[in-house]
Design a binder for this molecule. Sequence first.
Ligand code: AMP
Length: 481
Amino acid sequence: MPPRKKTDSKKKTPLKEKPKKKMIVKTASKKETSKKAKTVQPKKESKKDSKKAVKLPQLLRGMRDLLPKDEPIWKKMYHVAEEISDAYNYGRIQTPVLEEATLFVKSIGKGTDVVEKEMYVFENKEGSKIALRPEMTASCVRAFMSHGMHVQPQPVKLWYLGPMYRHDRPQAGRYRQFFQYGGEVLGEKNAVIDAELVCMAYNFVRDMGINAQVKINSIGSLEDRAQYIIELVGYLRSKRSYLSEESKKRITKNPLRILDSKDEGDRMVIEDAPQIIDWLSEDSKSYFMSVLEYLDEAEIPYVLEPTLVRGLDYYTDTVFEIFMENSEVSGGNLALGGGGRYDGLVELLGGPKTPGCGFSIGLDRVANIVSAMQQEVGETFLDTKKVFFAHLGDQARRRMLKIIEDLRREGIKVYHNLAKPSLKSQMEIAAKYAVGYTFILGHKEVQDGTIIIRDMDSGTQEIIDQKKIGKAMQRILEKKA
Ligand code: AMP
């Protein structure tokens, strides 16, 4: 759906702070005061007054409400996700937000931030440990086994979109409930699958109007990595005094995670650290080369990032992250998504040996960037299934009322504001609703029994017979968004 210019030119003027309204307190004249003083008795405090003011319920820290004004971007993200997943032939999976906590502890890994610090865990009434899902890969793998998908034709391709929960430190772009769109391919290992998942993630971000860049690396097989970790720990121990306190703790717990550190001192140490790419077996290297060749073929721009390892324990071979290319927009420096291969995960969770690979995109971050970009240029997404009915003049208003009522009886919902006489202000309202079309009825149209249909994206207009309004509406509603 193409973005369009907002018609509301006032939007661009910098917001001035409104002058605070002066409170006007009516004071009684001296005469009145003395009169009243004799008659007015001090009011007894009523039971109601003496009650403490009721504290309004608060939104939980790190959570946020998505309001109707946010809907166009979220709707668009849903459509793009569905379209891309359909095009690559993925089936949608929806799993519960609650799972056994051990599912994530086993898969993501004990020493990871997600499990150690961020996971919402509680005991249910039977005393079992339950977690709010911090990500979806483990849930997909659990469902893959629960439903015997390993005996279906392989590979199984799944996509998902839903809320995840992490008790992260609230800050820009980090929420405790956030949404992810993602894809998983289970049951087959082939470099073209890794490349396909990178393409999907990249295409999603690009289709949302963001110039994306892929950062990619390979962390090899578990065996390659075991060798590399010995080398890395030796190096980090020799530089221990230069590392941050957090990284010092991680040397034994999760040394790979240090490579992700944003601390300046840590970054200097990391620059000279041994690189995992040098520890890959020939098999892992050639697998990675094939992934890159497929990406070249698909013309996906990427950069090699030797320190990219991703935080979760279950990754093997390909790992990647997606960023905004020129990140001047606020939040643009944060990863928009990431993913990788996880060949040992199904087995680790008790299933048969099954390769897997996936990606996930953080929708809140994508929405924040799209919204910041739209505000800058005064654009918004149109909802091509929304229609506004505008009128000009009293006669048109009466006729319009009848048209709208007839449509409602047929179950067709339209937007309008019959109370507003000016066409200009009605068109402004239509723009605020971000409708795809406006049906306009003026004096001339009332006389000749026609109505104008204005395409709000292109600005083109078409005149149709009023008898064909129902059909035109059906056509719009059935059109693919
Ligand atoms: P991860 O698997 O942790 O790399 O997460 C994948 C994507 O989800 C990240 O690139 C972010 O875009 C998004 N994400 C992760 N954690 C959060 C969070 N706390 N708030 C908002 N988005 C998040």
